[in-house]
Each structure stands twice: as structure tokens, then as C-alpha cells.
Design a protein around this ligand. Sequence first.
Ligand code: LIP
Length: 270
Amino acid sequence: MTVESTNEVLLAVARDIAIEAGELARRRRSEGVQVAASKSSLEDVVTLADRETEALIRARLSDARGDDGFFGEESGAGSGSSGLTWIVDPIDGTVNYLYGIPHYAVSIAVVEGEPDPATWRALAGVVVNPATGEVFSATDGGGARLGDRPIAVAPPVELSQALVGTGFAYLAAIRAEQAAVLVGLIDQVRDIRRMGTASLDLCAVACGRLNAYYERQLSPWDHAAGALIAREAGARVGGLRGAAASREFVLAGEPALAARLEDALIRLGA
Ligand code: LIP
């Protein structure tokens, strides 16, 4: 079996599970959502649906890919023997989900190597928005799709004409720092969008709904699948100054624009 066909098999596993998990999340949302606990701060919550959805994903992956590792937002890490690890955010955009805002996602990626965004190689990734039914996907070297349609980043624009997505951390002190950077950036770009779901922000770059996106303090599961989808759609995806995407920084955009946005963010002390 070629590498490409192996990645397509992995993608098919991820897609089927993400769609099933997304349907569970959507059904639980319609039944009403309860906070199960808070994590890094009172604002950083986990719902019963987060936990139930991740348990479903983990069980399906165990059945289908029992030798692979697992690294999920709610249930942590499990080692495997295959050299592959599944990086899972069962409900990305948790606060949107809690408030009933129809902009949240199931994000599933499979990576080769250690589950560290600085070193892993993403092989396949899926981001499903259960509220809209949109399924974004990509394989390493195989391009990116929305449903069955190939997608690509928007054509290059000047920074002043760029619609830029971003987000803020759960810790108030870090949010204040992020807001200070935003104050300096907002008159240099077309406009800002803060939509609350990193994986969908990256997919928005991939299909041209955003010209660029940046955020820091993201967890690996927030960007694992979306970063692959954006990269396969033609975006530059990484950190600042040539670093890999990580908790330190994630920036994605059409390459020429991404470089201009990076310069502006560095000047602002991002
Ligand atoms: C969220 C990210 C979002 C960020 C939020 C939060 P979660 O992930 O998708 O981009 O701004 O602060 O981190 O917590 O909903 O999985």
C-alpha cells in the first residue's frame, strides 16, 4: 500500500468517526448542555457532552486502530505501538457550544511521531462543524477539501485589506496582553473576526473565508487537524520566526500576507 493510500485510509477512519461524534454532540446540544467542571480558570469549562463525545471517539479509534496512540483534550494520552497518534478535540469551541452558538467542531488528526506539534508529521485531519454539517479534511500531500470540493486559500491581499481571525486565552491576564496587541493591529487590517473555534478558524483560512488567523496559548488538539487542512490548502502555517505551530503561537495565511502579518505582530510584541 502506498503512503498516499494509507493516508486516505486514515482519513476515512477519521471522517466517519468525526461525523458520528458530531451528530452526538449536536444531539446533546439540542437536549441541553451542562458544565461538568472548570479547568484552567472558571471560564475554561468542560461539559458532559465533551466527555461523552471524546469517549465515543476513543472507543471507535480503539476498535479501528488499536495499535495507535491517543491524545485527547478530556481524557489525556494513551501510548501505542504503531508510531501513529490520534490528536482529538471532541468539541472545539466549548464556550460557543455551551451558549448555543452554532460554531463549534469535532477535530480529529492522526500524526506520525511523538504527539508534539513541534516535531509531529500530520498525515490526515478532519474538522466537522455539526451545526452546519460542513466537513473539512486533508491528507499530507493530498490537498484539502470541504465536503468533496477542493479548497484553497484566498489570493494575496495587502495587510490593510486582510480579514484576520484571532482568539483569546482563558486566563484574564493573558487576554489583556492579547487585547493590547489587537489594539495595535486593528487599524492595520481590514477587520478582525473572533469566532471562538481555532479549528474552524484554520479551516476558514483554508477556504478563503479569512485571509489569515493567529492565536497563542492554543492546545495541540485545537490546531492539529486545522493546521494540516490550512497547509494543504496553500497556507503558510507555523509559529513566529520560523517556529512550528505550538502553544507559543499559531499563525496561518496565504504565504505573502502571512509574512506581512508576522512582521506587524512581532512589532507589536505578540
Ligand atoms: C478554544 C479555541 C479558541 C480559543 C478559546 C479556546 P476550546 O478551544 O478553539 O480558538 O480562542 O480560548 O481555547 O477550549 O473550546 O477547545
